[in-house]
Design a protein around this ligand. Structure first.
Ligand code: SF4
Ligand code: SF4
Length: 486
């Protein structure tokens, strides 16, 4: 890896994407059993609408959203529901999560209710947004935020700008680059659908300068649509330029306020995979039942990108890629900077699974003994969120929640840049990840206490007002009675 920083912090890292991009996107075999955690999106877990023993077809809805921020889940294979029970899941760091389990009948039966919409422009934007929600579409960049919830927020902005994020900055992950290269029409069609759903005036598809083939493919696809409101913008390959806030700054030169979200400044950001999934659902009637996954690392025999049905065990993907090499040391979901370590490969691919790295020592930064902070400032220099990681570290160690709040811990995107450059080998991100839930609980408790105090003050004021009004009425009655007696 090569070190360096930009004006907004960040690092120039070796990409490690050559191995996985040599072959075209392949098709993974359908799993014999699909395990589908109900919490595989941000927000409330979905609620099953099928029962054990039911037969289902591909694309059939099997769980419905439980709240405004939640998502539909559809069957990725045809077969029989054999269990609805907790199973080890990547959504819980390999701990059990309630899941629907389907045994494949091998018939590849497709559900008939999904309708393909030839002319999406004939739909009202609100109708189109609701339809997108029914396709189970979520952000495929890794966060799995329900797309409907994001669109509803974005639609409140007047004439927002749509930013399609193809800046896949993290090393090893190449599923978005391959998608843009091989299926640019899906990305562009999805962008047009999202533009109509949002009534966006302009759309920018942003990607990094290390993906020139993808940029050319997108430009050609845009030219065919003759849509002058969509353009491609290439940004420098600096990790983590694909972070939403970092990309917005890079493309538009604008900052999202720390306590705000992109729609607050009229910009809505969706991943390229999300745009393509939207196109497949709206245009072809295919809900989100599969996604492209990068399988890579020195610990797997063959690196590649595969279109994988949700619910497929990671062990099956590794086997399809020739199995582990003797050098494998660790399994990660995501890239080597922000990825999550998996303790087992007997967990299933979910909507957020963009990459599996079977890492050997060659892929991993050696972790040496932690030493005291020498206040060198390297970490602050590379922090893309403009934080002071060394200071956050002091407060995290002291469990000083007010200090952590003051120094913006919740704005940390856990990119790992500070860790990477720290000469004292301090596991900064690990400390921040541990401290965040404590701070979140503290902030929630404080907000609840404030709300309770406000409610109490409002109630007291209301009672005092009522009492005063009552006294006034009583006084008036007495006056009237006195006048009558007189
Ligand atoms: S403090 Fe957070 S956002 Fe800043 S470099 Fe470290 S991990 Fe990244
Ligand atoms: S990079 Fe490490 S040693 Fe340097 S200031 Fe930050 S925490 Fe301290």
């Amino acid at each position: 890896m090569v070190r360096g920083s930009s004006a907004r912090g960040g690092l120039r890292l070796e990409a490690h994407k050559e191995r996985s991009t040599r072959d075209p996107i392949g098709m993974a075999a359908a799993p014999s059993t699909a395990v589908l955690p109900l919490d595989q999106h941000a927000g409330g877990a979905a609620v099953p609408i099928v029962a054990v023993g039911d037969t289902v077809a591909i694309g059939q809805p099997i769980a419905e959203p439980a709240a405004d921020t939640s998502a539909w889940l559809h069957a990725p294979i045809s077969g029989r529901i054999v269990a609805i029970e907790p199973r080890a899941s990547v959504t819980r760091a390999c701990a059990p999560a309630l899941s629907i389990v389907i045994d494949n009948d091998g018939r590849e039966m497709r559900h008939s209710s999904a309708r393909a919409i030839e002319d999406f422009l004939s739909l009202e934007p609100r109708e189109l947004r609701e339809h997108i929600g029914r396709g189970g579409i979520v952000g495929l960049g890794g966060a799995a935020f329900p797309t409907l919830a994001k669109l509803e927020r974005g639609a409140q902005a007047s004439a927002p700008t749509l930013l399609i994020n193809g800046a896949e900055c993290e090393p090893y992950i190449s599923c978005d680059a391959m998608l843009m290269r091989e299926r640019p029409h899906d990305v562009v069609h999805g962008a047009r659908i999202l533009m109509h759903a949002l009534q966006a005036q302009e759309c920018v598809i942003a990607l990094e300068d290390d993906a020139p083939r993808a940029a050319d493919a997108l430009r050609a696809a845009i030219a065919q649509t003759e849509n002058g409101r969509i353009r491609v913008q290439v940004v420098p390959t600096i990790y983590p330029s694909g972070g939403e806030r970092q990309l917005i700054a890079s493309v538009f030169g604008r900052e999202v306020p720390f306590d705000g979200l992109p729609p607050d400044i009229g910009i809505l950001c969706h991943n390229v995979g999300t745009a393509a999934a939207t196109a497949r659902w709206v245009r072809d009637g295919e809900p989100l039942v599969s996604r492209i996954v990068t399988i890579t690392g020195d610990g797997v025999a063959r690196a590649c990108n595969l279109e994988v049905r949700l619910g497929t065990p990671i062990s099956q993907l590794i086997a399809e890629c020739g199995g582990y090499t003797p050098r494998v040391e660790r399994l990660l979901m995501g890239g080597t900077m922000m990825g999550m370590a998996l303790s087992t490969d007997e967990v299933a691919v979910v909507k957020a699974t963009n990459c599996i790295v079977a890492a050997s020592a060659l892929d991993l930064e050696p972790r040496r003994r932690e030493m005291p902070c020498i206040r060198c400032g390297n970490c602050a220099e590379v922090c893309p969120a403009f934080l002071l990681p060394q200071q956050l570290h002091v407060y995290a160690r002291a469990t000083d929640l007010d200090g952590l709040e003051r120094y913006g811990l919740m704005d940390c995107i856990e990119c790992g840049c500070c860790d990477y450059v720290c000469p004292s080998q301090i596991p900064l991100v690990e400390r921040f990840r541990e401290a965040k839930p404590r701070l979140a609980t503290h902030l929630l408790a404080r907000d609840n206490a404030r709300a309770a105090r406000l409610r109490f003050e409002e109630r007291t004021a209301r009672l005092q007002r009522l009492e005063a009004e009552q006294r006034q009425r009583l006084e008036e009655k007495r006056r009237q009675a006195r006048r009558k007696d007189a």
